[in-house]
Design a protein around this ligand. Structure first.
Ligand code: SAH
Length: 368
């Protein structure tokens, strides 16, 4: 049974009427700076920092560790911009897709995926995506805008607040809507906050491989796991299903990944969507194996999730073909796993996140 719970997103006040500064997404130093006129003692700043991120406090009035007077004065000038939950869709398997409505009306999705003792939040980095990969529903609906650091952090905080979950024990994957490396400053600010509570080993950034972004990440002090959406092992095919490949072809991408610093024990993850009769042959597996040679890598095979907007040919291979592709990679020495489908009864599966209420860009015309 699928339970769908719809709520009216709190309209709050119209954005223009609320000019208070949003505290969400600020680093400790930035917080100290904006709060300086009202809060000058570092331990108070620390209390507020922890209340925001560790406790996921949704408003300043709930910071009872501060005096009432200070809370009132803070609330006059500052706000906590947790995104409003517009709806939740709970899947049979426990996966919960949350639709958020942001202050300007943009909508984004995040997914809460419980898995035995573990729990993974899949969050968005942009409201929409300009990359137009042919298998991706977000791409079908077209470009949106970059999320602010507060909107990225806010997705995690809002789900946590909703479900009463601590930051500890979470895994976070930036595999929702958007391309994180095209919004790298805000993504980094959000990651820096997450990484205060969550080990970078439990955080994964997934990208199509935007080269300048990869170069920048290579210079970071602390890096999350890196997952690269490959999906094809030759330029002709990859260019057809992922237009970004025409800007940064495979040779350049692979060269950048060979330079990318990997700490001991870490591996790159390559995501490879399997699409029937498109990229699922033994030859494709052999090509993939050759492309990755010499890299410390594992392969995550994702049977494509069909969706009406993607057209009829975007379907996964048979189970036998999927197993054969995986086995072929394993025979060649690779760690290869097939991603389990989660939440597909509520369209929360990979690549099925969309911005509701938007006009499709229409370039795939009849597919709809
Ligand atoms: N832009 C980033 C992150 C968002 S997509 C990236 O491309 O990596 C997260 C993952 O979902 C990517 O591997 C993407 O290729 C995959 N995905 C997109 N559409 C899909 C679909 N219909 N079925 C299965 N996986 C899909």
């Amino acid at each position: 049974m699928i339970t769908t719970q719809r709520e009216i997103a709190a309209p709050a006040r119209p954005a223009a009427a609320d000019e208070r500064v949003d505290l969400l997404g600020l680093s400790r130093e930035q917080l100290a700076e904006v709060l300086a006129p009202l809060v000058d003692r570092p331990f108070r700043v620390e209390q507020i920092y922890r209340a925001l991120y560790e406790r996921a406090a949704g408003d300043l009035a709930s910071l009872t560790e501060l005096s009432k007077d200070l809370r009132l004065r803070l609330a006059e000038r500052f706000r906590v911009g947790l995104p409003a939950v517009a709806s939740r869709h709970l899947s049979e398997d426990g996966t919960c897709k949350v639709l958020f409505r942001l202050r300007d009306g943009a909508t984004i999705e995040a997914v809460d995926i419980p898995d035995r003792g573990r729990r993974t939040f899949c969050i968005s980095s942009q409201a929409g995506c300009a990359l137009a990969c042919t298998f991706c529903v977000t791409g079908y609906w077209g470009a949106g805008r970059n999320l602010t650091a507060g909107e990225i952090v806010g997705q995690v905080l809002a789900i946590r607040a909703d479900r009463g979950l601590p930051m500890e024990g979470l895994n976070i994957v930036l595999m929702g809507m958007g391309e994180p490396l095209l919004n790298l400053d805000n993504v980094k600010a959000a990651l820096d906050i997450f990484m205060e509570w969550i080990s970078p080993h439990r955080i994964t950034l997934s990208t199509v491989g935007i080269l300048p972004g990869l170069e920048e990440m290579a210079g970071w002090e602390r890096r999350p796991n890196l997952a690269v959406s490959l999906h094809a092992a030759d330029d002709e095919l990859r260019g057809r299903i992922m237009p970004i490949n025409r800007t940064w072809p495979l040779a350049d991408l692979m060269a950048a990944l060979r330079r990318y610093p990997l700490e001991k024990g870490r591996k790159l993850t390559f995501e490879y969507i399997l699409i029937r009769d498109v990229n699922d042959s033994d030859r494709d597996a052999d090509r993939l194996s050759r492309l990755l040679s010499g890299l410390r890598a594992k392969v995550n095979l994702i049977p494509v999730n069909p969706d009406p907007v993607l057209g009829e040919r975007m379907v996964p291979p048979s189970d036998e073909r999927i197993a054969a592709f995986k086995d072929r990679l394993r025979q060649r020495g690779w760690i290869a796993t097939v991603r389990r489908r989660r939440g597909d009864d509520v369209s929360a599966a990979c690549g099925q996140l969309r911005a509701f209420g938007r006009e499709a860009r229409g370039f795939r015309g009849s597919a709809k």
